[in-house]
Write a protein that binds this ligand. Structure first.
Ligand code: UDP
Length: 231
């Protein structure tokens, strides 16, 4: 089969939209949409650590909370945290942490809340891309932005940005990736399913190339916000 279910090319991501400054109450915020998947991130802090015993005298602690709305998916999801959201919160935190100068903010916490208001696969990656922009919007010192997308192996082809329909195809493997484009470092690499060894490298290369494209979109959104404030 040479075509993807929605007619995209193998190396073509879904339509992307990025916006910074979407939550007035937050110190930093952003929206990232890729196809039908929409993530909204709010950053609060650096601020006092609660509970205090978690405080680190040398650096800030990062807390991430991933949540998917009940009606973000066709089959209603039970509200509240579940095993999946707890795991994804940890995955998102680990993907963002290498980009933040946590030692600049000892004895504080930085909280990142990400809500998935609509899901059509790729939500952890959309969450990371939104959260990275929100952190930058909050003025947190960062080495780099983190850009994320999933690559995968669908119908014997390496493809980028799988939608739910592709994820559900028998034999599909899914590889969520996060990448710091300036530092050229991967901060998240997961593999769900099986993939011939020789194809993994080309999948990762496609992931990096796609993250670089996402990075440009994130930068543009951040610059747009900066200009608006200065006007
Ligand atoms: N999904 C769903 N109900 C759930 C959890 C997930 O319909 O309770 C869908 C949703 O579209 C999600 C996709 O399954 O994006 C894939 O979920 P996965 O856990 O693989 O993570 P993701 O690809 O979103 O990072």
């Amino acid at each position: 089969m040479s075509e993807r279910p929605d007619g995209r090319k193998f190396d073509e991501m879904r339509d992307i939209e990025a916006k910074v400054g979407v939550i007035e109450q937050a110190d930093g915020s952003a929206m990232f949409r890729i196809g039908k998947t929409i993530a909204i991130a709010g950053v609060y802090g650096p601020k006092k650590v609660v509970p205090k015993h978690l405080e680190d005298p040398e650096k800030a602690i990062l807390k991430c909370y991933y949540d998917m709305y009940s009606f973000s998916v066709p089959e209603r999801k039970r509200p509240g945290p579940d095993r999946r959201s707890i795991e994804l919160s940890m995955v998102i935190k680990n993907a963002l942490m290498p980009a933040i100068f946590l030692r600049e903010y000892p004895k504080t916490q930085i909280e990142v809340f990400v809500s998935i208001i609509q899901a059509d696969a790729g939500t952890r990656c959309a969450a990371i891309s939104a959260a990275a922009m929100a952190l930058a919007d909050a003025g947190i010192a960062m080495k780099d932005i983190v850009s994320a997308v999933a690559v995968g192996h669908v119908n014997n082809e390496i493809v980028v940005d799988l939608n739910k329909e592709e994820e559900d195809i028998e034999g599909t493997s899914d590889i969520p990736m996060a990448y710091m484009p300036r530092m050229k470092k991967i901060t998240l690499l997961q593999l769900d399913g099986k993939l011939p060894k020789e194809k993994l490298r080309s999948a990762i290369e496609l992931g990096i190339k796609s993250c670089e494209k996402i990075y440009e979109i994130q930068k543009k959104a951040l610059k747009g916000r900066y200009k608006l404030q200065g006007e």
